[in-house]
Design a protein around this ligand. Structure first.
Ligand SMILES: *[C@@H]1O[C@H](CO)[C@@H](O)[C@H](O)[C@H]1NC(C)=O
Ligand SMILES: *[C@@H]1O[C@H](CO)[C@@H](O)[C@H](O)[C@H]1NC(C)=O
Ligand SMILES: *[C@@H]1O[C@H](CO)[C@@H](O)[C@H](O)[C@H]1NC(C)=O
Ligand SMILES: *[C@@H]1O[C@H](CO)[C@@H](O)[C@H](O)[C@H]1NC(C)=O
Ligand SMILES: *[C@@H]1O[C@H](CO)[C@@H](O)[C@H](O)[C@H]1NC(C)=O
Ligand SMILES: *[C@@H]1O[C@H](CO)[C@@H](O)[C@H](O)[C@H]1NC(C)=O
Ligand SMILES: *[C@@H]1O[C@H](CO)[C@@H](O)[C@H](O)[C@H]1NC(C)=O
Ligand SMILES: *[C@@H]1O[C@H](CO)[C@@H](O)[C@H](O)[C@H]1NC(C)=O
Length: 690
């Protein structure tokens, strides 16, 4: 009883309090086009979106506003002394407008202000007076404006400032005393400005900096003196710059570094002992460089490293001794190193067998026993590796997976044994595979999905690719009667075409490349025909002046009655060999006789093209029977070549690939290989054609 009463009393009090709070909020003023409430910290917040005014109508505002957000203003807001009205402000955001400038002393007297966010505006200039009086400001965000060179001492009043964002402005150089008096600054982000130099002088004022980011800054080298000044750095982001080389002394002074991003630079080697003093480093990203070599002792002392990303480089081999110091490594990404021969790296793989996350995407063919040593692997990314329902056996040893990315592969279906395995994994990605929704291909997985109480737990349930009428239908949404027993895939070119055209869906670029290629061939043919026509007409002009010879020529012509447009070009004119000179474009390349590859002017053709065309012909003539599981990249399709080309900077240009593909298309139409037709044909085994 007592208990009951007290609970009720408590409930009542709570309700009363809540009502009170709401009433207070309701009683307070809130301007039109604004929304007023309390934020998570219980501060009175006014959020104004798409307002028409350029000066805040202070009469409509509650003076006690603590958080003020003005976003997407229709006209450029004037940030001037009128803002001094909001003397309780703690957070001010005027964002996504076209704010041109900040008036002098706009925030004078706003002593509680901790955060000013003026990002995504049109501010070009700041003056020393702009932030006058902001002695207590902690965070200033001026990202995505048009600030060019900020004058020295602009921030000089903000002695408490800890965080400064200047991302994506037009800053080209840092003035020597730009950060004057910002001794407490901990976090500085200068990313996406065209700064090609970080002058050590500038950083003398911010020696406590813990995080420095200058991503996409056009830096080609760093004056190491800066590290000597910024010895407290724990996080350094120099990604997407143009750094070509790092000396082994480079980071010697950065003993507290935990995270280092050097991705998207032009490094070709990581030298020995580069990270000697970075024992605390846990995160290292050297992806998207040109690394051909990681020296044996490059990672020495990186015993705390948990994350290493060396993807999309040009590595061909990694020695076991190189990875040995990485005793804490959990996640490794070595995707897109096309030359990396994992079948020859067994010792190295033994060394990293304890990782829990592994990304080996965009690698082409992988050895089928690759994952045998990885007992603890829980997250694996195998995207873009031409895996089909036979090479899927690569995942067999992995008993403890909770995430598996199989997207962008060549899976038509999931055989029973792997369906069981996949259905037990928390999340599997199967997007961009040419999945055929019939019982023999997807049946096992569909059945497993049905058996599970809540269906497949995967974030993205697989969708059918074929048959056409079921395209994009989720496999758990299929009508049981609507599913065919077993559709026969006409293997070789149509099988490939299925996955190819699917990949085309994904990267429509390839289609346009093929189209462009067709266009080029068409134009070439047109030029040949036109020049021949021109040439012939000139001949004729001459023939009529040499009537005696004319008859002979006409005779010759009638001797070859079946003249095709092609052979016309090859006309031999016995008397007039010099009538047309090369300059007049009269000796065009021989035409493509039916059944042969059309050679471009042979002299122009580089060895590379020849190789490609040969490669292309090989692909074009993949026999229909299934090669053994251990064979190399058997499911190479046109799309896989262009995929390769797009991720590998050294690969021949996509145009060449497309040219090779086109050549393949014309190659051997009545031989073993059939011409490539980018359409898929499916037939029901029992019924009529689909
Ligand atoms: C932004 O500033 C630039 C140059 O200062 C100006 O040309 C442009 O019109 C401004 N944009 C808007 C929407 O005010
Ligand atoms: C690793 O650190 C130790 C000190 O902790 C140092 O003596 C050794 O030289 C470092 N390793 C390398 C390769 O410099
Ligand atoms: C390495 O990690 C361990 C455990 O996480 C930690 O105790 C140690 O301080 C770290 N070493 C350094 C140099 O940060
Ligand atoms: C490498 O893999 C990691 C872990 O999945 C991921 O966070 C990172 O973005 C990948 N790197 C690239 C360049 O895709
Ligand atoms: C992997 O972990 C096991 C068990 O903790 C350990 O015995 C083994 O030495 C580790 N292997 C490597 C290469 O670190
Ligand atoms: C899978 O993980 C569990 C715990 O996470 C572990 O007990 C088990 O031994 C692991 N299985 C294998 C095959 O390593
Ligand atoms: C797997 O790797 C590919 C290629 O690097 C990437 O695009 C994809 O986002 C990764 N998957 C996940 C889930 O991170
Ligand atoms: C596996 O692929 C072969 C040939 O592509 C096909 O005949 C077979 O039906 C497929 N099996 C499954 C379960 O998808």
């Amino acid at each position: 009883m007592n208990f009951n009463i007290s609970t009720r009393a408590t409930q009542f009090t709570l309700l009363a309090l809540l009502a009170g709070a709401i009433a207070t909020v309701m009683a307070q003023k809130c301007p039109k086009d604004c929304h007023c409430d309390l934020d998570q910290k219980g501060r009175y917040r006014t959020y104004c979106n798409k307002v028409e005014w350029i000066n805040p109508p202070t009469d409509d505002f509650e003076p006690g506003v603590e958080v003020l957000i003005i976003a997407n203003a229709r006209h450029p807001i004037i940030v001037g002394p009128v803002f001094q009205f909001f003397n309780k402000l703690e957070v001010l955001r005027v964002i996504d407008g076209y704010l041109p400038s900040v008036g002098d002393r706009s925030f004078w007297g706003l002593v509680r202000l901790k955060t000013i966010d003026l990002s995504r505006n049109n501010i070009t200039q700041l003056s020393m007076e702009s932030f006058r009086g902001q002695d207590n400001l902690i965070e200033l965000d001026l990202s995505r404006n048009r600030l060019d060179n900020i004058a020295s001492g602009t921030f000089t009043h903000m002695k408490e400032l800890k965080t400064l964002h200047l991302i994506d402005n037009s800053i080209t150089m840092l003035n020597a005393r730009l950060f004057l008096h910002l001794a407490k600054l901990k976090y500085l982000d200068l990313s996406h400005n065209s700064i090609d130099d970080l002058p050590p002088e500038t950083f003398k004022d911010v020696q406590d900096l813990k995080v420095l980011k200058c991503r996409g800054c056009r830096l080609s080298n760093i004056n190491p003196q800066i590290y000597n000044i910024l010895t407290h750095l724990t996080e350094l982001d120099l990604g997407q710059n143009q750094i070509k080389f790092l000396d082994r002394e480079e980071f010697l002074d950065l003993r507290h570094l935990r995270s280092l991003r050097l991705d998207g630079n032009q490094l070709s080697v990581i030298v020995d002992e580069l990270f000697t003093n970075q024992k605390g480093l846990t995160f290292l990203d050297v992806s998207r460089n040109r690394l051909a070599k990681i020296a044996d002792r490059a990672f020495e002392n990186l015993s705390n490293l948990t994350f290493l990303d060396a993807s999309y480089n040009k590595l061909s081999h990694i020695e076991p001794v190189c990875f040995r110091p990485l005793r804490s490594l959990q996640t490794l990404n070595i995707s897109g190193n096309l030359q990396l021969d994992l079948s020859e790296m067994e010792d190295t793989i033994q060394v990293i067998q304890n990782v829990t996350g592994l990304v080996v995407a965009d690698m082409g063919a992988l050895p089928l026993n690759l994952f045998v040593p990885f007992r603890r692997l829980s997250a694996l990314n195998l995207s873009g590796n031409h895996i089909d329902n036979i090479t899927l056996q690569i995942i067999e040893p992995l008993a403890n997976l909770s995430f598996l990315d199989l997207s962008r592969n060549q899976l038509n279906g999931i055989p029973e044994r792997y369906a069981t395995q996949l259905a037990a994994i928390t999340d599997v990605k199967l997007e961009n595979n040419p999945l055929i929704c019939d019982w023999c291909h997807m049946g096992p997985l569909i059945m497993h999905a049905r058996k599970l109480k809540y269906g497949l737990p995967w974030q993205e349930v697989p969708r059918c690719f074929l048959p056409e009428r079921l395209r994009e239908v989720r496999i758990d949404g299929l009508d049981q009667d609507g599913v065919e027993d077993c559709m026969e895939v006409i293997v070789d070119e149509d099988h490939d075409a299925a996955s190819t055209s699917h990949n085309f869906l994904e990267q429509a670029g390839s289609v346009s490349i093929l189209a462009a290629c067709g266009l080029i061939i068409f134009i070439l043919l047109a030029i040949i025909v036109v020049s021949t026509a021109l040439c012939l007409s000139r001949h004729r002009a001459r023939y009529y002046t040499h009537e005696d010879k004319r008859d002979t020529i006409l005779e010759k012509n009638t001797e070859t009655p079946t003249i095709t447009t092609g052979s016309e070009i090859n006309f031999k004119f016995p008397y007039n060999e010099r009538v047309c000179t090369i300059d007049e474009m009269c000796i065009p390349p021989p035409p493509p006789p039916p059944g042969k590859v059309a050679p471009a002017t042979p002299a122009d053709r580089t060895a590379e093209t020849v190789a490609l065309i040969e490669y292309g012909s090989r692909i074009g003539s993949i026999p229909g029977d299934e090669p053994g599981p251990t064979s190399g990249p058997r499911t190479v399709t046109i799309s896989s070549i262009s995929q390769t080309a797009s991720i590998h900077p050294d690969a021949p240009t996509a145009t060449l690939v497309a040219a090779a593909a086109a050549a393949t298309a014309t190659a051997a139409p009545n031989g073993t290989g059939k011409p490539f037709t980018p359409k898929s044909i499916l037939r029901k085994r029992t019924d009529t054609g689909l």
